[in-house]
Design a protein around this ligand. Sequence first.
Ligand code: GLN
Length: 450
Amino acid sequence: NAVETYLKKIEESKQLNAFIEVYAAEALQRASELDELPAPHGKLHGVVVAIKDVICHKGHTVTAASRILEGFTSVFSATAVERLLAEGAIIIGRVNCDEFAMGSTNENSAYGKVLNAADQSRIPGGSSGGSAVAVQAGLCMVSLGSDTGGSVRQPADFCGIIGLKPTYGRVSRYGLIAYASSFDQIGVFAKTIPDTALVLEVISGADAYDSTVSQQPVPAYSQQLEKDRRYKIAYFPEALEHESLDPEIARAIKDQLHQWEAQGHAVAPVHFDLLDYIVPTYYVLTTAEASSNLSRFDGVKYGYRSAADNHTELDDFYKRNRSEGFGKEVKRRILLGNFVLSSGYYDAYFTQAQKVRRILTNNLQLIFKEFDFICLPTAPSVAFKIGEKSKDPIAMYIADIYTVMANLTGVPAISLPMFTHPTHQMPFGVQLMAAPFNELSLLSFSNNNL
Ligand code: GLN
């Protein structure tokens, strides 16, 4: 059966380090139970799924790829997981990622780096690198990741597959370990749009356990994909001329825009001069939220506790647990977040960044009055070599320039695998953003283009 085939492939692809844990016996057991049913059970009967290690699954370990959650077992399942299981999915394992979903390369994991299956000397992207590689290498059918600033779209782009970040509030965050709560969304990795649409419709929708989730009804995306519609597509010339962008990527996207125009879609430039503000705004706000979210990991109620037991002060006890439990990038962000929230700097950084976030949101709202989509690159380069950027966190942050806008403004966005880089022979994609809750247009248009 399918599970056996995937288990074998996972075993053969161990060097990719995509999985942290494989639920072999459990997945086989579930497959045989599903096989014995007289009729298919649900929309995802037998669909084999991998789950990023930031999503809780009752009775299973979840660590956010961090030492601080070593050996922690989920006491409940994320709503998204409950819904997958209710529709007959089989969860085959939990997959690697950057610690607490902080990173762009999957090099910040307590479980080691993940390799890109297209070229094993390159990173798969991050933070959901394991989720991307699991689908890319055919180790499962679809996977879940989380996207706070591009962590689904960017690794999808680097691995040549589809990555969808839904509208903020489309999918419940209940059971998703928080990085930056007003940005985080669970997203989908797949190889086809019908698969993406189906998983999205299963995991979306109102949930009493998440007060930020929308009550808007969920369309049957997989049944309603539209054909033959003409769309209005905006692009930002500033984004395509940006100095950080690989000229081959710029060229491929410009050519694609021309093709869409030739096919009868309306394509037009929109002036956008806020590009250089979005990465700083993202990192001020997300580190602030992270510093608050991660304060719960102190070694008291759960997680890693330092072996040193000679503390005399409570502060010292916290300090040891957190110093030993968190990795370097996570510490950097906690410090940054505490800094931008501290009383002397709050107005200079945090308040300013919130204002920029509002301006961006208003800006996009206006654009989406006229256009169905905004087209951008997903990332400024193809997947880079392992270690290439790990010494320079700022360069790494700046490479998030094209993805963080969707999270700052809450809009849905998708990365579509469409191109191969002529020099590096690596895949890359194009990104489309739509107005909030317009996933159906996004999926329909994407489906007609893959
Ligand atoms: N690279 C971004 C960051 O490090 C995105 C992370 C994410 O979406 N989880 O914050």
